[in-house]
Write a protein that binds this ligand. Structure first.
Ligand code: KIV
Length: 266
């Protein structure tokens, strides 16, 4: 099967076929995600929280994102790899946005980038798209705005803010975004947005009516313990499995059971 392209995602929307995405940050998990047949891997700046143990995503650097995207892209045969522009990699200028977004494609092997925002980065999206860098916009709860938003909170609750998010969706589409990520908004609003625009919407905490879904991998597999958002679903608890295995290893070493002769050289 060839690599998924932005045209495949558009086709899926037109044919009412659901799009599947998940985050990944390293080679072994990217390989598993790819083998599972997931359409797109977002190498999210959530790496800061779920891998680096940071309080929020703000300290994540461009070089760290390139490192993670590179090792994800190396593992992948079919899934589309989308690099997430971290805080302060695009806000200062359109030129900086193009250069950093370009690094994801040129150095890391990504197919596209994701940027938080819409109207405030419409010029950036336009310029990146003009430079042949496919862009996914991201509205609703945008974690890089944590301090302005006052926490990770549901967005678009009032009539006025819902209307604004519909406008933001149109702005992202008009600017040339190939897709729009909707985070933590009411499902009715996500449905309206999905029906109003022709590019695919990918929801996380935006209900079932989006064209596709994305979740943070470490929430799905039980490797992030600090909190589980209401919208996330844990399908397996790998932390417990890993803990069990490592405790058995420790015990076997302490009791002289491991290594056995079978694990040794003659
Ligand atoms: O950083 C991240 O993981 C995200 C997800 C919502 C895809 O932005």
């Amino acid at each position: 099967m060839p690599k998924i392209t932005i045209h495949d995602l558009l086709k899926k929307k037109k044919e009412h076929e659901k799009i599947t995405m998940i985050t990944a940050y390293d080679y072994p998990f990217a390989k598993i995600v790819d083998e599972a047949g997931i359409d797109g891997i977002i190498v999210g700046d959530s790496v800061g929280m779920v891998v680096q143990g940071l309080e929020n995503t703000l300290p994540v650097t461009m070089d760290e994102m390139i490192y993670h995207t590179k090792i994800v892209a190396r593992a992948v045969q079919n899934s589309m790899v989308i690099g997430d522009l971290p805080f302060m990699s695009y806000q200062a200028s359109v030129e900086e946005a193009i250069r950093n977004a370009g690094r994801f494609l040129k150095e890391a092997g990504a197919t596209a980038v994701k940027i938080e925002g819409s109207s405030e980065v419409a010029e950036h999206i336009r310029a990146m798209t003009r430079s042949d860098i496919p862009v996914m916009a991201h509205i609703g709860l945008t974690p890089q705005s944590i301090h302005r938003m006052g926490g990770y909170k549901l967005q678009g609750k009032t009539e006025e803010s819902a209307k604004r998010l519909i406008e933001e969706a149109h702005i992202a589409e008009d600017a040339g975004a190939f897709s729009l990520l909707l985070e933590a908004i009411p499902m009715g609003l996500a449905k309206k947005i999905t029906e109003a625009i022709s590019i695919p919407t990918i929801g996380i905490g935006a209900g079932p009516y989006c064209d596709g879904q994305v979740l943070v991998l470490h929430d799905v597999i039980g490797l992030f313990e600090r909190f589980l958002p209401k919208f996330a679903k844990r399908y397996v608890n790998l932390k417990d499995e890993a803990l069990k295995a490592i405790k058995i290893y420790k015990e076997e070493v302490e009791k002289g059971i491991f290594p056995s002769e079978g694990h040794s050289f003659k």
